[in-house]
Design a protein around this ligand. Structure first.
Ligand code: SAM
Length: 280
């Protein structure tokens, strides 16, 4: 199908949540010198022009990153993420938004590796172009779920695996759980971060049940809702499910989410959540 283009949504509240969690996990992995792999199964184009026709048509970034990137009182937990955004916009105008591969590129060290996969015929060349000169990165055009079998475990036996599909096909809700189970069989000490949208709450409840049924332990759920759950069309919330989260992540997200929610949803509706789906 491949009709989804992230350029319509880049920098929205869901990206803010996803990239905050991603950057905190990467920062935790950097506490040890040993190298690690950053594997992005659904990488997107890498960089998004915010005054493009796509981004301007929805204006989603105006209610996301635009609300927080230049604030002076931002919580410390946001520092690595916001630095990546600011470094891409040195003029002080919010022109570009960094997708997950560019945030990783900004935060990873020389000894770390990036493995990026994108399937879309228009986004793949853009992503490849971004990383042409980066010797740490391998950019592949293909099915991201296959990478969970082909590239794990990494030689370093350390890694973050970001799984961020568009959920255009309903089977994605099952495919992500299957993909995680495949990856975990090969690499049970990796950190897995799965993004999900809340469109129909029932789909997420089922996905969470399926995840519990895999027998995997240490699964943390983080969510930010901008509206109450609804049975109408459209995303009301988004979340990250993190397997083997770094020990500080739970506390960091408990601390930063209320602030983020206040900035992103000044109307005060919706909710935030940090909860173990399966503890130790
Ligand atoms: N991770 C990116 C970020 O945070 O900046 C955004 C990714 S976007 C939500 C999902 C991407 O997955 C789209 O660019 C889409 O073209 C791509 N895609 C869809 N199906 C795929 C598949 N089976 N394998 C790899 N990429 C796929």
């Amino acid at each position: 199908m491949l009709s989804y283009r992230h350029s319509f949504h880049a920098g929205n509240h869901a990206d803010v949540l996803k990239h905050t969690v991603q950057s905190l996990i990467i920062s935790a992995l950097k506490e040890k010198d040993k190298p690690f792999l950053y594997l992005d199964t659904h990488a997107g184009a890498g960089r998004y022009l915010l005054n493009s026709e796509h981004a301007e048509r929805t204006g989603e970034y105006m209610e996301g990153i635009a609300r927080i990137w230049q604030q002076s009182n931002t919580p410390a937990e946001l520092a690595p993420y916001l630095q990546a955004v600011r470094d891409l916009n040195p003029s002080g105008q919010l022109k570009y938004y960094p997708g997950s591969p560019l945030i990783a590129r900004h935060l990873l060290r020389e000894q770390d590796q990036l493995q990026l996969t994108e399937l879309h015929p228009s986004d793949y060349p853009l992503l490849r172009g971004e990383f042409q000169k980066d010797l740490r990165a391998v950019v592949a055009r293909g099915d991201g779920y296959q990478q969970l079998k082909a590239k794990l475990p990494p030689p370093s036996r350390r890694g973050l695996i970001l799984i961020d599909p568009p959920y255009e096909i309903k089977t994605d809700y099952q495919a992500v759980v299957q993909g995680i189970a495949e990856g975990y069989k090969r690499f049970s000490t990796g950190v897995y971060a799965l993004w999900y949208p809340v469109v129909l709450r029932q789909q997420i409840k089922r996905m969470v049940t399926d995840l519990k049924d895999t027998g995997i332990r240490r699964i943390l759920q983080i969510e930010l809702a901008v509206k109450p759950d609804s049975d109408q069309r459209g995303m009301t919330a988004s979340g990250m499910i993190v397997i083997n989260p770094p020990w500080k992540l739970e506390q960091q997200m408990r601390s930063v989410l209320p602030w983020l929610h206040e900035q992103l949803v000044p109307q005060g509706i919706g909710h935030t959540l940090v909860e173990w789906i399966v503890p130790e």
